[in-house]
Design a binder for this molecule. Structure first.
Ligand code: ADP
Length: 397
């Protein structure tokens, strides 16, 4: 038995889950929000308890100390020595890591080289590591990368048709993101297929950020996000793919810089930009049900951007055994799942079970009928458990 803390440190937040492994029981979970702002919020849940503390949380060190103090004071652990290891979400592992890794100073140095590829995430993830190392100097750490699962893509899928030197000199290529989720969900889908020797799975991770991946025999073959998480399908506020020439055209029209247009692509586009209503699928659904034309258009565009990828990946994989929906919208939005499947059901002989699709339920489930050529699944993602599993495996706990 080992107690493993899974940590996801962002620039102003720190999410955590403490697991009893290998049973994968969640002992406690929570989040520290608004780190560095006047009013921080620390929330911790354990058993049937939930505690919320509003206080200034100056930096990540204060956040970590607050969390560790709460673990002892609330009697969640007898002492901090009960924590056997910590697994950290690390967004970018570049081409150096196709697997999770035990943290050493050399690893930290290598990962730091990718800071410019993920400036919003990697430095924050590293600050989280340092804060835990200071508070618990004897505990071992593991990095679990968002990019690692996608490292099995072949050159023809990860290279852009740009001068080759930009790849060799500047690391410009497709990396893909949400890898931990794609790996977890595809593994669960393969289990649900009965663990066949060969499998072809398409994972649709549809949250605020969203990406699709094609997984053959458990390995990522292709994915929709690219050099950055802006690429691929339409998202809550991100455009996904647009013609690159729109950038200089808008710079002239709006008299603004490339960074400002990029900001529009990242924060004011996608569902929010097209609908003019919200980036949240629940608001779009409400407006859709009221017959709002822009919400109807947004829904159609969103579904189409996903069904196009599914069609492409069906071709790349040479067929498909299962399409698995996951993350906030993938797990919860029945009407968008239906619109996506409606787009492709004729081509791929898919028969969705409308009742199962609309039934609210927890856990992994199949929502297609038995005569469907492809099984349609809902698989709630669990990146934290993947982090805990890899930590246990790499440290032989
Ligand atoms: P992220 O981790 O990328 O922030 P999540 O996976 O939490 O995103 O997904 C958030 C999105 O999921 C929300 O913006 C919303 O669009 C969608 N979502 C969450 N719950 C529901 C629901 N009940 N119905 C439809 N969409 C939902």
């Amino acid at each position: 038995m080992a107690k493993v803390l899974a940590v996801n440190a962002g620039s102003s937040s720190l999410k955590f889950q403490l697991f009893d492994m290998p049973q994968e029981d969640v002992i406690c979970s929570g989040v520290v929000e608004k780190i560095g702002l006047d009013e921080g919020i620390f929330t911790i849940k354990y058993g049937d308890q939930k505690k919320v503390l509003n206080t200034e949380i100056k930096d990540h060190q204060v956040a970590v100390d607050l969390l560790l103090e709460a673990l002892v004071n609330e009697g969640i652990v007898d002492s901090l020595e009960d924590i056997d290891a910590i697994g950290h979400r690390m967004v970018h592992g570049g081409e150096a890591y196709s697997e999770s890794v035990v943290v050493s100073e050399e690893v930290v140095e290598t990962v730091s080289q990718f800071n410019e590829l993920a400036p919003l995430h990697n430095p924050a993830n590293l600050i989280g590591l340092r804060a835990f190392q200071k508070a618990l100097p004897n505990v071992q750490h593991v990095f679990v990368f968002d990019t690692a699962f996608h490292q099995s893509m072949k050159e023809e899928n990860y290279l852009y048709p740009l001068p080759y030197e930009y790849y060799t000199d500047y690391k410009v290529r497709k990396y893909g993101f949400h890898g931990t989720s794609h790996q977890y969900v595809s593994q669960e889908a393969i289990k649900m297929l009965g663990n066949p020797d060969h499998s072809k799975v398409i994972v649709c991770h549809l949250g605020n950020g969203a990406s699709i991946s094609a997984v053959k025999d458990g390995k990522c073959m292709d994915t929709s996000m690219g050099f950055t998480p802006l690429a691929g399908i339409m998202m809550g506020t991100r455009s996904g793919e647009v013609d690159p020439s729109i950038m200089p055209y808008l710079m002239k029209k709006l008299d603004c810089s490339a960074d400002e247009v990029l900001d529009i692509y990242n924060k004011k586009s996608g569902m929010l930009g097209v609908s003019g209503i919200s980036s949240d699928a629940r608001d779009i659904e409400e407006a859709y049900n009221q017959g709002n034309e822009r919400a109807i258009l947004t829904s159609k565009m969103y579904a189409r951007s996903i069904s196009k990828y599914i069609s492409q990946y069906y071709g790349e994989l040479g067929g498909c055994d299962a399409i698995a929906f996951t993350a906030g919208l993938g797990e919860n939005s029945a009407y968008l799942r239906k619109m996506i499947i409606d787009d492709i059901k004729e081509a791929f002989d898919i028969v969705l079970d409308d009742t199962l699709n609309e039934t609210r339920q927890s856990g992994n489930r199949v929502i297609s009928k038995d005569n469907s050529h492809i099984k349609i699944m809902i698989i709630p993602t669990n990146e934290e458990v993947m982090i805990a599993r890899d930590t246990v495996r790499l440290l032989n706990l």
